[in-house]
Design a protein around this ligand. Structure first.
Ligand SMILES: Cc1ncc(COP(=O)(O)O)c(C=O)c1O
Length: 387
């Protein structure tokens, strides 16, 4: 087998951690029951495993286990939050507030709601990717039913002031949803302290399996109600019908538990490596600039602009390092990143940016190697441009 490149694309996905995989394996063939089968031991065991997973996922965000609705991933969770609230609260109002740098799972769902006659405000961001809280306040109307602002951006890592947004939403009696897909497991999240009513999660961004996620739905103060996307057997308190993905839920639970226990040490480590990476790149690449906020950012994210370099051409010749040019989830399109564009620097910057997402499997030596690979590639490309 050929040697694999150094993996620095952990915002796209993470490998399943061995402890997670070990916990999941028996649930494929030994303990294979349907968690909804209440007539025998196979079903009881599966149901017990699901409830344990639910408790572990809830603990990561300081929620109650019965506030966790399992889904197929954050795309579904985001869709369920937006469509579920829009339909269920249609009598209260028809207005939603979100932000231009959200993931497509929010933006495209919001566009679909607009096509159905709902009204959506897309808040702008400053050069660091932050919304203005006064603009948020000013956007709220008596018809506003939901504010949806992501916890951490998947491209530039900028963090949102969740507690402040939660306070504003609560003051105005508006529900607050956050897409915490990239933040969960990397930074502390507390739905009570931050007054979050709905929160999207995905296991594969925190060393769990793909195809399993969750939506936190607050059950008291206020009790949030949602219209379902899927109708059927009434699983997950009627909000998400369909046979539960038991191995996925077991893996998600263990991944969440490990993240909760090890988050602090890991964040410090990842932050040190991203600092090392940026400092090293700055030494070798003139004019390199950071995209996103210098301090209010995910510990494992580094997004940089390398002037004079087209990032697609750049990574095409970078065979020993796996990094991204934009959001992996929209990599089928070659449009400039909507996130970098929203920062206001123009198209050239959007086409000349690279995203590094560091993770547990990286180390100091790999970081040094990444500096070497990226520096020599950019020096080479720039010299070709000059010739
Ligand atoms: C911020 C954000 N939201 C939603 C998603 C979609 O998650 P999933 O792959 O679980 O559907 C992603 C995936 O990249 C993401 O980064």
């Amino acid at each position: 087998m050929s040697r694999m490149p150094i993996y620095m694309d952990h915002h796209a996905t993470t490998p399943v951690e061995p402890r997670v995989l070990a916990a999941m394996l028996p649930y494929f063939s030994e303990i294979f029951g349907n968690a909804a089968s209440k007539d025998h031991e196979f079903g009881y065991q599966a149901s017990h495993a699901v409830e344990q997973g639910r408790t572990q996922v809830a603990a990561l965000i300081n929620a109650r286990p019965d506030e966790i609705i399992f889904t197929s991933g954050a795309t579904e969770s985001d869709n369920l939050a937006l469509f579920g609230v829009a339909e269920r609260y249609a009598d209260t109002g028809d207005h939603i507030i979100t932000c231009v740098t959200e993931h497509k799972a929010i933006l495209d769902a919001a566009k679909h709601l607009e096509a159905q006659g709902k009204r959506v405000t897309y808040l702008r961001v400053n050069q660091y990717g932050q919304i203005d809280l006064d603009e948020l306040r000013a956007a709220i109307t008596p018809q506003t039913v939901l504010i949806s602002i992501m916890a951490a951006n998947n491209e530039i890592g900028t963090l949102a002031p969740l507690a402040e947004i939660g306070r504003i939403a609560r003051e105005h009696g508006v529900l607050f949803h956050t897409d915490a897909t990239q933040a969960a497991g990397s930074i502390p999240l507390d739905v009570q302290k931050m007054q979050i009513d709905l929160l999207s999660l995905s296991a594969h961004k925190m060393y769990g399996p793909k195809g399993i996620g969750a939506l936190y739905v607050r059950r008291s103060n206020p009790r949030v109600r949602l219209a379902p996307l899927l109708y059927g057997g009434g699983h997950e308190r009627g909000m998400r019908s369909g046979t539960l993905n038991v191995p996925g839920i077991v893996g998600f639970g263990v991944a969440a538990e490990i993240a909760r226990r090890e988050m602090k040490d890991q964040a410090a480590q990842l932050h040190a490596w991203t600092e090392q990476l940026f400092a090293g790149l700055q030494q070798h690449i003139t004019g390199i600039a950071l995209n996103g906020h210098p301090t209010e950012r995910l510990p494992h994210n580094l997004n940089v602009y390398i002037p004079g370099v087209e990032s697609r051409a750049f990574i095409a010749g970078l065979k020993d390092l796996a990094v991204a040019t934009g959001s992996a989830c929209t990599s089928a399109s070659v449009e400039p990143s909507h996130v970098i564009m929203a920062l206001g620097f123009g198209e050239e910057r959007a086409h000349g940016s690279l995203r590094f997402g560091l993770g547990r499997s990286n180390d100091v030596a790999q970081t040094e190697q990444a500096i070497k690979l990226v520096s020599s590639r950019s020096i080479k490309l720039r010299s070709l441009l000059r010739d």
